[in-house]
Design a protein around this ligand. Structure first.
Ligand SMILES: Nc1ncnc2c1ncn2[C@@H]1O[C@H](COP(=O)(O)OP(=O)(O)OP(=O)(O)O)[C@@H](O)[C@H]1O
Length: 776
């Protein structure tokens, strides 16, 4: 059974991973076909079912898990045979060329059609034909921009500008780094001169000892200086790269957290983590390594070229022509690898998302024995990336083969020319040695530039996504009143004074014709809602599943903005308040609060800045004033950390584990209530506060909530369990149906009316307090 299920689950592996935008094209439909054929072959000779059956039987026989070596060895991720890998590469290249051809021909076709249309239009205008002519409604597909050398340079330039802005350009670091780079390159280019002088002295035999010593001295000094400059340059560029990584990573992390809730609805966390780690690393590598080497080699190339031109200008020109050809090959290779790199990064990001999901849902995976399903999914996505990485490797090998062959041919040709010139006496032996040294020197530099150019292109591919995310402006963000114009400053001032002066007569929360629509849904979750919540109101929002209750809470917290209408807090539209202002006035207690892996006290005070310094560690901490307040809040919330009631032996500094997993659901909820008690917010939001609790815990939590409510101006609760409406003395019930308010009033009154609320209450066995039956 295990074996057959494993085989069935393998059937999906040939499919390409999908993104929210659609299927990842690697490239066109081709990869799918090739991948499927390889997967098919792979499945034939790689019996996944067998190892699982063996694992199963060995586990049964031993009655225990296998030892660690067995665990590692029993599972071998699949790979392609080397020949398959090469065939994949060859077909990939052919397909890419064909795709480009098709693209180019469609570009020509588009241009021709555009020309025809313009021509016809002009003709019509000139002849002023008044009869209605049927104009072609075919939309000309926008041609995909061709990424030529100019495009590469433009992208490089854009990325360079972004880098300089984002990585925090530090002239005290980069100016000396460039200085050492130039000096090091100059010293490297001097070395072949002294080498050839030494060889000439040794070969000639009759040269004076002084001349040899002078050449040896020059060689030694230039080597030492080159080593010093290289060391300094390397260290400074390394630091610059590390700082760039640091700056970009921190800025990206911050900007991601600033994004609106809908952004996280549509983006998997694994993808974001991959951007934060893998992609950002590539940016640092560009600065600390690739750019550094390219610049050094370019400088060496220039210095070497000067020496070449001085020794023999004609031959030097021939050498440059050959180097130009090698550079052309490198350029083609660079463009190819950049396109590949973008795809590989995308596939790795998808893989990270899969891994992140499987880890975060590890309990469900375990409960439903989903390890093989998750492994297959992850392996399939990694396999897709592996295939493309192998294409990169073959492309590198092919590039090396072509460029090295070209260089060798160039060297042979130059040697032949040298021989011809030598025969005519135009190139003495000493000059010939020197020339050949410099040819090699220049060729090596240009070779290295070609290599690094391809890697820079790869990094540009990876950095594009990062820069897009760093520049993303959140759709729901803080107002930009703190502007620079007098008008903006006045507007900001007015809002602040309105917030301060808000009178008790003003509703604390006011929804006016408010409609909320999620990006992915056509139907609004809330439709034209009008609701006032006043001082001392205790409001319960009830309704059937999907009626829009949570959407109302999320809008009050400004996780989402209304698509029309407004939601105001103390007379000010929520859109005019900053997140800090909203957080200082509204606190939410969720059904299953997630806690941070920090101490109990840090969780209660989350969002409040530490105000003191610890004497021993020298780190920031909370002062005694806060410790007292949290102790009191936890005690009121039913989770005492002192006295006899502290049966759990908790302390303020007890760490609560990932997500608060060392505490039960009810205990986590009490921590969340303590947060509200400490802050004394104007608005207390409760999301299903007792849904996950037994009756004993419910009583404790209800008492804690009552204490919290005493410290707030109003309370709004979303609940399915109508019993809590009575225990929390709710004075206003709002009944939602399909995003609209269908009933509103005092709960006991509504129970007697015989509408939706009384029906919901009857289903839960709740009758009016008077005990008299309803109108039904
Ligand atoms: N993040 C979201 N993206 C898209 N649609 C959403 C999102 N959240 C909720 N919806 C949709 O909005 C509608 C209202 O959902 P909401 O969660 O507000 O209902 P609810 O009354 O709180 O339901 P329940 O009692 O089951 O929690 C539903 O149709 C739901 O599918």
């Amino acid at each position: 059974l295990v074996a057959s299920r494993s085989c069935i689950s393998h059937n999906h592996v040939g499919r390409r991973p999908t993104t929210p935008q659609g299927v990842i094209d690697v490239p066109g439909a081709f990869t799918h076909g090739v991948a499927q054929s390889i997967h098919r072959k792979h499945n034939q000779h790689h019996d996944h079912g067998r190892y699982r059956t063996e694992l199963f039987s060995s586990t049964v026989i031993n009655g225990n898990a296998a030892d660690s070596d067995e665990l590692v060895n029993e599972f071998q991720p699949r790979t392609m045979k080397v020949s398959e890998s090469f065939v994949f590469f060859a077909r990939f290249v052919v397909q890419t060329i064909l795709d480009n051809r098709i693209h180019q021909s469609s570009e020509w076709e588009n241009r021709r059609r555009l020309r025809d249309r313009i021509f016809r239009k002009t003709k019509r205008e000139v002849t002023t034909i008044t009869t209605t002519t049927t104009t072609s409604s075919t939309t000309i597909p926008s041609a995909k921009p061709k990424r030529g050398f100019r495009e590469s340079m433009r992208k490089l330039n854009e990325s360079r500008k972004s880098l300089i802005r984002l990585v925090g350009y530090d002239s005290s670091l980069l100016v000396p780094a460039f200085g050492y780079l130039i000096m090091g390159a100059f010293m490297s280019s001097v070395i072949p001169y002294y080498y050839s002088s030494c060889i000439s002295c040794v070969a000639a035999g009759e040269a004076s000892r002084d001349k040899l010593l002078w050449a040896l001295g020059g060689l030694g000094v230039s080597h030492v200086l080159e080593a010093i400059f290289t060391g300094l340059r390397g260290a400074l560029f390394w630091i610059a790269g590390t700082r760039a990584n640091y700056n970009v990573r921190v800025k990206l992390h911050r900007n991601l957290l600033l994004q609106e809730a809908a952004f996280f609805d549509n983006t998997e966390c694994g993808i974001l983590l991959s951007r934060l780690n893998n992609d950002v690393n590539k940016i640092g590598m560009v600065i600390s390594f690739h750019v550094n080497i390219v610049l050094r080699q370019l400088a060496q190339f220039l210095f070497g070229s000067v020496f070449l031109l001085r020794i023999q200008p004609k031959l030097a020109m021939a050498a440059f022509a050959g180097i130009g050809l090698v550079a052309l090959v490198s350029k083609i290779y660079g463009e190819f690898t950049r396109a590949l790199a973008e795809r590989v990064q995308e596939l790795f990001a998808r893989s990270s998302a899969l891994a992140e999901t499987s880890f975060s849902m590890s309990e469900t995976v375990r409960a439903f024995d989903g390890v093989s399903i998750e492994t297959d999914k992850y392996e399939a996505s990694q396999f897709d990336a592996l295939q493309l990485e192998e294409v990169q490797a073959w492309a590198y090998g092919s590039h090396k083969f072509v460029s090295d062959t070209l260089q060798a041919s160039l060297q042979c040709m130059l040697l032949f020319c040298c021989w011809a010139l030598g025969r005519s006496g135009a190139l003495p032996a000493a000059k010939l040695t020197s020339f050949l040294f410099y040819v090699n020197f220049v060729l090596e530099s240009s070779n290295e530039v070609g290599d690094q150019w391809a890697r820079i292109q790869t990094a540009i591919g990876a950095s594009t996504n990062v820069f897009d995310l760093i520049r993303r402006v959140p759709a729901v963000g803080d107002p930009r009143h703190i502007g620079h114009t007098l008008l903006e400053l006045n507007a900001a001032q007015e809002i602040i004074s309105r917030v301060k002066k808000s009178s008790n007569a003003e509703p604390i929360i006011k929804m006016s014709n408010m409609t909320v629509t999620y990006g992915t849904m056509e139907k609004p979750a809330l439709n034209g809602v009008n609701l006032d919540i006043n001082e001392n109101d205790k409001v319960a929002i009830v309704g059937r599943s999907g009626s829009g209750k949570s959407s109302m809470l999320r809008t009050i917290l400004r996780f989402y903005d209304p698509s029309s209408g407004t939601c105001a807090l103390e007379g000010v539209d929520l859109r005019d308040l900053t997140r800090k202002q909203i957080a200082s006035k509204i606190v939410v207690v969720e059904q299953e609060p997630q806690l941070f892996p920090m101490s109990l006290m840090e969780n209660v005070l989350y969002g409040i800045e530490k105000d003191s310094i610890d004497d021993e560690s020298g780190e920031k901490c909370y002062s005694e004033k806060y410790r007292v307040a949290v102790t009191e809040a936890l005690s009121l919330a039913g989770l005492p950390v002192t006295g006899e009631d502290n049966q759990l032996g908790l302390e303020l500094d007890t760490r609560v584990g990932e997500g608060g997993r060392t505490l039960s659901g009810g205990q986590r909820q009490r921590v969340a209530i303590a947060r509200a008690l400490v802050r004394k917010p104007n608005v207390l939001l409760l999301d299903e506060p007792t849904a996950a609790l037994d009756s004993k815990s419910e009583k404790v939590v209800v008492e804690a909530l009552k204490s919290a409510m005493e410290r707030t101006r109003c309370m709004i609760m979303v609940t399915h369990r109508l019993g809590v409406v009575r225990s929390l003395d709710v004075n206003k019930v709002v009944v939602l149906e399909q995003g609209q308010i269908v009933e509103m009033g005092h709960p006991e009154e509504l129970l007697k009316v015989g509408g939706v609320y009384s029906q919901l209450a009857r289903e839960q066995g709740i009758i009016p307090l008077s005990g008299i039956g309803t109108n039904n």
